[in-house]
Design a protein around this ligand. Sequence first.
Ligand SMILES: NC(=O)c1ccc[n+]([C@@H]2O[C@H](COP(=O)([O-])OP(=O)(O)OC[C@H]3O[C@@H](n4cnc5c(N)ncnc54)[C@H](O)[C@@H]3O)[C@@H](O)[C@H]2O)c1
Ligand SMILES: N[C@H](CO)Cc1c[nH]c[nH+]1
Ligand SMILES: [Zn+2]
Length: 449
Amino acid sequence: MTKQLLRSIDLRGQQLTLAQLRRAVPRAAADDTAGVESRVREIIAAVRERGAQTLRELAAKFDGVEQAEVRVPEAALEQALKELDPAIREALEESIKRAKLVAERQRPEDVAVQVARGARVTLRWQPVGRVGLYVPGGLAVYPSSVVMNVVPALAAGVSSIALASPPQKEFGGLPHPTILAAAALLGVTEVYAMGGAQAIAAFAYGVDSIELEPVDLITGPGNAYVATAKRLVKGMVGIDSEAGPTEIAVLADHTASAALVAADLISQAEHDPAAAAVLVTPSVELAEAVQAELRKQLATTKHQERVGQGLEGEQSAVVLVDSLDQGLAVVDAYAAEHLEVITEDAAAIAARVRNAGAIFIGASSPVSLGDYCAGSNHVLPTSGTAAFSSGLGVQTFLRGIQLIDYDRAALAQVAEHIVTLARAEDLPAHGDAVTARFREDSGESFGEV
Ligand SMILES: NC(=O)c1ccc[n+]([C@@H]2O[C@H](COP(=O)([O-])OP(=O)(O)OC[C@H]3O[C@@H](n4cnc5c(N)ncnc54)[C@H](O)[C@@H]3O)[C@@H](O)[C@H]2O)c1
Ligand SMILES: N[C@H](CO)Cc1c[nH]c[nH+]1
Ligand SMILES: [Zn+2]
């Protein structure tokens, strides 16, 4: 019998609760994360204690780089942009143009609500002051992630942007020149050659000796070390979603092309041996044809080794279901980073999906389109966190500040209610603070009510 790359999970004929579905869908074992977590805690503590010295030691250990400078000189950014291949520049410019169009239109408007006469509550969207953007650079080079991080930050009006990407041995300990060129193209000048959990810790706590000031918010994708570090510093700084190793789920029926489904699964397994590729289908014929296509396409794909590891890992599978209705329950329980819907009337099926980082509708909207040039953002929640968090966007870099503006008459209208509720909570001083405003000796001149 031919060996299948994706293991098979057969849910046909089973009525499963949400908890059972969550256990049934493929995901890497949780204890793997625990191993990463203890190493990441040590790295964060070392960066806090010894700053740039730790950054240099870890650059030597994980990136094979003897680092002279952690901060990338501005001349290197300019040089990289000057030497950028014109075709890559053109592609980056198209990607930036589309991402900008979407991010600028998605910026929420301030909302002022007249609650009563003389009583107004406004929600004012205020950009975060300083952000640290992470751009991965271990197994692949990600200038597209420079675009996805920087464009919404600029659209939100963030005034201080720092960017980090791992140092590369073949480029003298600087990040890959395409990363530097993309940063320069977008006008980012504060760039650091640092990667992994140590970069996240440096952003969160700052590093005095290299004049790296702490940031308020850290965004960007990365491997399990980066994603875990973001989770651990959360609370002290803000983070976007947990954007760890890539996941693709495809919900497909008999109308889908097995060759295209296999190509899409391979495209995302290409990121990382820990990447997940999941096909959910009621069609046994499609499942078998996709397995055959995967074997065929794996033989010629460039990053065969890590693609094979990703497909054969416990995090990947083909899930057989009775119907698209059951398939929808499975993809909702899985809450994929990327979900492709390739079925008859794909838009109607996609409209019923509740949990996914991004949904790609129909055969002409593959994940690769969203990775580079759709105008949508490719920094998306992984590990099931799409059930409660969103992908990166202009809103990630904004906070809503409430403005409360009542005149005296408007305050008088609710004064009694405030006093009553304050007493009910045994917090009478709250009520006193209101009644004091209506005493003649309050010292405040309110004019006529
Ligand atoms: N979810 C998303 O939005 C999204 C988007 C793009 C990429 N990604 C994911 O980003 C990841 C990129 O990963 P990558 O590895 O290529 O680059 P990366 O920059 O995320 O990680 C490289 C760094 O990991 C650290 N590291 C490596 N081995 C380590 C070890 N044993 N212990 C501690 N630290 C170690 C090193 O510091 C190294 O610089 C992939 O998993 C990809 O799927 C996710
Ligand atoms: N698919 C990745 C998001 O998980 C993003 C990416 C960047 N470059 C290629 N792909
Ligand atoms: Zn990708």
